[in-house]
Write a new protein. Sequence first.
Length: 505
Amino acid sequence: MRSLAVDVITQAFSQQTGEKLHRRLYAAICSCILEGSLKPATRIPPSRDLANELALSRNTVLRVYEQLQAEGYISARTSSGTFVSESVLDNLVQRKAPPSAPPQQALSVQLSERGQTLLGNASASPRQWGAFVPGVPDVTLFPHRALKKIQDRLARQPLPQYLTYDAYGGVAELKASLTDYLRTARGVRCSPDQILITEGIHQALDLVTRTLCNPGDQAWVEEPGYWGIKNILRMNGVNFSAIAVDEEGLVPAEENAVPPRMIFVTPSHQYPLGSVMSLSRRQQLLALARKTQSWIVEDDYDSEFRFAGQPIPSLQGLEEASPVIYIGTFSKTLYPALRLGYMVLPVPLAAALKKVHSDLYRGGHLLMQAALAEFIREGYYAAHIRKMRQLYSRRRLALVALITRQLGKEYLGEFSSNAGLHLILQLPDDADDLAITQEANQQALLVRPLSRYFADTPRRKGLLLGFASIDEEAMAPAFTRLAEIIKKHLLNRLMLAGGAQFSVR
């Protein structure tokens, strides 16, 4: 006998749209239950009867019934059939707004104090590709085919350890390849056991801050310096002092300063100004760290892209068993979306930080790590860096020429170390680099204001201009537009100042 439930479900099924029949049937029965067409304790049609009525396979109906039963909409009674669960509406009514509540009532959202602080200091750009975006390599020239060929070979019969959780700080082959590369290219002293693979610089900074600092501890950061370090310290309750940077790098504070638990530096290419830490300053910093039992965190930023002279050796390799945590990333040498970085940990820290890393972050991308290990071992990595170093050198020279020709050489930053993926366009102290940046960004010129990298005042004014991800042909018209924006903002100030220090061409 045809039941009323069959008619109700048939009508609801005819009103559903979509290609997947099981999804249409599921949605139809759910709507009947939720709207009350199928009341609690109503007997659901046998799967064979409903399948015949809707011209569906019985397996499709059984699949939907199993899903509905798993979610608590229906329940089966031995030798009696399947019924709408009597408790289903009791559970659903708790999810509905009370009758008096207005429709579409907005949720009240309250961030934590830490969340509000982070949001207030967030500086990541919403766009990460285009004219003058700093710190982004030319990802279009990466040898994707070479890496994909390696990936495909490994993926045909992947080892089980590449497909599960990582508890060892990364794939052994990648750590071994990095050990050889860092020893040769950066003068880093380490064994594979000291290397920990991370998902980029931010995760590395968060790990060392969480594991080595207590709330209220003191840290030193460079002034100006990378905003990401400051945000991570804020989120972990660590106080920081912004320590000035000169042409020799970070200038250690006076003897009576509060001893820092951690000292964050970019000695090979200071970010963002570009100065190189001198040997005497490095030795002074190492001696201070040993004396105060501090840890130095060396961010080897852009070290691979030095366009003149010999590579600058790492701070970590200057002394045996130095109190230095060395961190690096593949984001600049390969591409940012890879989300792979690495740390070289002092021997006493290695085991503990690997265990904490495994517990906090559950490292992954192991198949990619294995492929990257072969990519390095087979010489592709070093070859790609050599190729990009030559390309970025040409693009840097092109940008320097544009600045000099259209604005004047006095607009070039004072610490020109001829390295990295960006340079500083220096502005007068009373210029509004935030306003210039805002107008430039509106015209798809992705510069960043130098003043945002300072924690304290007075803040120097300027723009960070990336040159890696824009070719010379597109660079000239883009910079001409930027120069016009700068001239417009500076014209009144320059006229009043008589052009003593800066001029407009």
